[in-house]
Design a protein around this ligand. Sequence first.
Ligand SMILES: *Cc1c(COP(=O)(O)O)cnc(C)c1O
Length: 396
Amino acid sequence: MYNRFQEFLSAELNDIKSAGLYKDERIITSPQGAEITISTGQKVLNFCMNNYLGLSNSPDLIDAAKEALDSHGYGMSSVRFICGTQDLHKTLEKKIADFFGTEDTILYAAAFDANGGVFEPLLGAEDAIISDSLNHASIIDGVRLCKAQRYRYENANMEDLEKQLQDAQANRFRLIVTDGVFSMDGNVAPLDKILELAKKYDAMIMVDESHSAGVVGKTGRGVTELFNSVGQIEIITGTLGKAFGGAIGGFTTGKKEIISMLRQRSRPYLFSNSIPPVVVNAGIRMFDMVSSTNTLQDKLHDNTAYFMNKMSSVGFDIKPTKSAICAVMLYDAKLAQDFAAKLLTEGIYVIGFSFPVVPKGQARIRVQLSAAHETEHLDKCVTAFTKVGKELGVIK
Ligand SMILES: *Cc1c(COP(=O)(O)O)cnc(C)c1O
């Protein structure tokens, strides 16, 4: 049979290529950071990493990882509830709850698993999940695994959310689900208004803080900090793979009965391996750092404001945001691709996004700021954007 299947796959792959959607991996030969080396030998400035706090290659976290190798070994060879829980796992879960002002936390191998395993154990066919249309793929998959009735509202559209909540009034329990920051526009979920609607229509809230934790809010506690709603959200999910060190790992944190039920019934927790102590101990060190000083959060916020101001003042059309994602709007797909390619020859590594990742006619370059960037990096980036922007007739 494989001959026939092989032909089928080759044809599909060719279709993906001819649609310009084929994803190639660019190979990096250095550690992750603001300045990286790619396999061609070229050194470039990296503006497309989720390394918001610049911790991916932090000497402190590397030390913590090495210490854990000596004290707690390499692998757990078990799921958490059999023999895969060390003191370190419990400590990290507590630190995460303290950071977010929540009652308890459960760790997962990734936020993808946290979202994949959160709905099905908690809600049934008589319940309602009311989900933002631009929520992350892992939320969409998690919702699919659950028997609850599905309602969808247009991205951050509160009139539509209200309408969906009205439609869901007959359901037993209602859960509104939103990303904290949406990754393509960098827009922040209007959690203040979501909270009002949740009160008015008797619903619970889940926020995925993967792109917002460490970033949004004065101390990086995420959108719950930005909207003064710490402790008021039933479920928060997040990743250790972005601002928080960038290695791997995810979590669900929130009301203690919810977390207890996840420990009983959440399938990615019950049937998938425990996170290795190297990652857990670095995570503990990381939460100690970001809880005790605000240096990295402040630097990220300063960098973001500096970059956005400069980019608008040279004439680029950028989306306003409180996140560290700067969407430089170019609208045309080919232009976005050409623009990103030219920037790479200028030593600036960014990615152009077009349909189907963003709506038709909304192509853009997404720039992600980091506390790892120095002012000279930001200036070089703006200079390169200005040069290429003039060449391609985007700015005057
Ligand atoms: C990145 C991301 C995830 C997935 O995180 P992993 O830990 O890499 O699986 C989930 N949700 C959102 C909103 C994200 O941005």
